[in-house]
Design a protein around this ligand. Structure first.
Ligand SMILES: Nc1nc2c(ncn2[C@@H]2O[C@H](COP(=O)(O)OP(=O)(O)OP(=O)(O)O)[C@@H](O)[C@H]2O)c(=O)[nH]1
Ligand SMILES: [Mg+2]
Length: 208
């Protein structure tokens, strides 16, 4: 999927509330700390160190934006958001983070889609559920929404099918896919779906 491979660093914001405005459709990668957001972006874009992935939960502190588009012409922006729910974070910080996150999801004008990454071995966390509630009205108004069950390589076939059916019930009609950065599972399908989010009018995808 050539389009995804055009990803390049656009800008970074120290905190969500300082995220600069831009005129392109934005796709946000959200999910609990350590769910695999940064790894997912690196896998989709086929760039090893575009987003900074790490074994240490809470690695992504600032928000990084990446531009997509051929010939240097940006037609979409990916946002790698800091994970939430990291146990070592003090409670008051968690509450504040929740508010900032909710504010972003509700007010970000050109937000076209949300990719929620969830490690199926943990299932949806309380904060994931809150996030689902927050975006529900926007999803009803056309915001695109995908749940990626990450680290699918850690599940056997039966576990994977079970995780998929449980999440389909919880995702309220949203799309759910298995994803593994390790085994490159779900990569092409996800890239194609995101392309369609950004180019809804295009029937085929010439030269993707
Ligand atoms: N087995 C396996 N491990 C993965 C996969 N994707 C990510 N990981 C591992 O999970 C850990 C966390 O990945 P990150 O991509 O940094 O997670 P994140 O969601 O960006 O984390 P924060 O920035 O802390 O919110 C790393 O050790 C990754 O190598 C996968 O598909 N399979
Ligand atoms: Mg990260």
């Amino acid at each position: 999927m050539g389009w995804m491979h055009t990803a390049r660093f656009l800008t970074t914001a120290p905190r969500l509330e300082f995220l600069p405005a831009h005129e392109h459709p934005e796709i946000a990668f959200v999910g609990r700390s350590n769910a695999g957001k940064s790894t997912c972006i690196n896998t989709l874009t086929q760039q090893k160190r575009l987003a900074f992935a790490s074994k240490t939960p809470g690695r992504t502190q600032s928000i990084n934006l990446f531009s997509l588009g051929r010939q240097g012409i940006t037609d979409a922006v990916l946002a790698d958001l800091p994970g939430y729910g990291y146990a070592a974070v003090p409670k008051q910080d968690k509450v504040r983070w929740q508010q900032v996150m909710a504010n972003y999801l509700v007010t970000r004008e050109n937000l076209r889609g949300v990719v929620l990454l969830c490690d199926p071995r943990h299932g949806l966390t309380e904060l994931d559920e809150i996030l689902l509630e927050v975006i529900r009205p926007r999803v009803e108004q056309g915001l695109k929404f995908l749940v990626l069950l990450t680290k699918a390589d850690k599940l056997n076939r039966v576990e994977a099918q079970k995780a998929l059916s449980i999440m389909r019930l919880q995702a309220g009609g949203g799309e759910v896919r298995l994803f593994s950065a390790l085994k490159k599972q779900g990569v092409e399908e996800t890239a194609h779906l995101l392309w369609q989010w950004v180019h809804p009018a295009a029937e085929a995808a010439p030269g993707q």
